[in-house]
Design a protein around this ligand. Structure first.
Ligand code: EPU
Length: 378
């Protein structure tokens, strides 16, 4: 394997933090990864796997060997009676893969458009947005065992997907953190596709689209949406075709919503949502509502309740504030940003983590909830 020394990592992390990899190997094929596993002593010294670098905070130079995943390729693997099975290499850019699959006429991933990062990183945190999670469209993945170099395949049930969670985030005996690297991911995209527009921001875009059509069926449907009523599978099946938005239409709406709310890492460094949305019991919510009636919460199918962490942080007055060059984004308090992007003094990982801890403390003191960071701190 070809080992590069002292490689600057600033271009390879979306926060734009300055740090170096003491040793870095670019992995552009499964075979190259298997060869690296044979040469390196990864059981004793686990490497650090770098995908799109969109979900990490670097707090110093990276000492373990960095494996930079650059396995490319996207293709239709199989067409079954019900699905198109589509595969992409771990190093492919996630958004380009989504846009490509929709353009090919294989809808299903459009709600996940513009999520920064690589295909290989997507299952690790079971990415999700606007009512769809990766696990809803997942087929299987290939990964390499870092200790043996062996290639293996996992189905959805073996990935232990949860909210922003999977088997790849756990260092327990059955967990795969530090033990395996994803090389390719396959998605089963349904032929009986239905739009998913129930998330409030998307529902609003859909209502605007219907008002432009202007016919009375469009108006009637718009009234239903404005009452925030859910559309069943049956109502989609019976709907006039001109009232159904296409997948590429939804992709455009998602791109518009994300651009309006979330900062572009190329302009202002960030790692997306910095904290997970916390889950509470109905009793805990009742307790918070008694003190904070406006708290934003969602009832989950399993009976638990998810609180909007962005609301909690916003309520503590953090929007626009910061520590050094690390700041809280003005339009979405859940996103921490590098205010020094493109200058001689970008935020350091230390500043980002000091800010994160201060936010955790103030949310805990006011609401009794400990927010859990979402990105991996290196
Ligand atoms: N809110 C505020 N103030 C804020 C931010 C949010 O009051 O500063 C309120 C909003 O008014 C809204 C609620 O909080 O009612 C939820 O906000 P939003 O719709 O922006 O979604 P989120 O829960 O903050 C999650 C994901 C995002 C994903 C969006 C859309 C997590 C940790 N984040 O954010 O994912 O794009 O929903 O589905 O689950 C990411 O993981 O990096 C990410 C961007």
């Amino acid at each position: 394997m070809f080992v590069e020394k002292n490689v600057p990592l600033q271009p390879y992390n979306s926060f734009g933090i300055v740090a170096k990899a003491q040793q870095l190997v670019r992995i552009s094929s499964t075979e190259a990864l298997q060869a690296a596993c044979k040469e390196g002593n990864f059981a004793a010294e686990p490497p650090f796997v770098l995908g799109g670098g969109c979900n990490i905070v670097l707090t110093g130079d990276v000492k373990p060997l960095v494996l930079k995943m650059e396995i490319m390729g996207k293709r239709l693997v199989e067409e079954t009676a019900r699905h198109f099975v589509v595969e992409a290499g771990a190093g492919e850019n996630w958004h380009e893969f989504v846009a490509w699959s929709v353009a090919q006429g294989w809808p299903g991933l459009e709600n996940l458009a513009l999520i920064p990062g690589s295909v290989g990183a997507a299952p690790v945190q079971n990415i999700g947005a606007y009512g769809v999670e990766l696990q809803d469209r997942f087929h299987s993945l290939d990964a390499v065992n870092l200790h043996t170099g062996e290639l293996f395949t996992l189905e959805a049930s073996q990935c232990a997907f949860g909210y922003r969670d999977s088997v790849f985030k756990h260092a327990t005996q059955t967990g795969l953190l530090g033990k395996a690297v994803i090389t390719a991911v396959r998605f089963a995209l349904p032929k009986a596709w239905r739009p998913e527009v129930s998330y409030a921001d998307l529902s609003r875009k859909y209502a605007d689209f219907l008002s432009q059509i202007g016919t009375s069926p469009a108006q009637n449907l718009r009234e239903v949406l404005l009452k925030q009523e859910q559309l069943s599978r049956r109502s989609w099946a019976e709907m006039l075709p001109e009232l159904i938005p296409s997948a590429s239409q939804i992709l455009d709406w998602v791109v518009q919503i994300r651009r309006a709310k979330l900062p572009d890492p190329a302009v202002i460094g960030n790692a997306g949502s910095f904290f997970k949305n916390p889950f509470v019991t109905p009793e805990q919510r009742a307790d918070i509502i008694a003190r904070e009636p406006k708290v934003v919460s969602y009832n989950m199918p399993d009976g638990s309740i998810k609180l909007a962490a962005g609301w909690l942080i916003d309520a503590c007055g953090w929007k626009g504030k910061g520590v050094g060059n690390a700041g809280v984004y003005e339009k979405q308090a859940l996103v921490l940003v590098n205010k020094g992007t493109g200058t001689a003094t970008p935020a350091t990982g230390g500043e980002v983590m000091t800010l994160a801890k201060a936010i955790q403390t103030s949310v805990y003191e006011r609401f009794g909830i400990l927010l859990e960071p979402e990105p991996v701190v290196v």
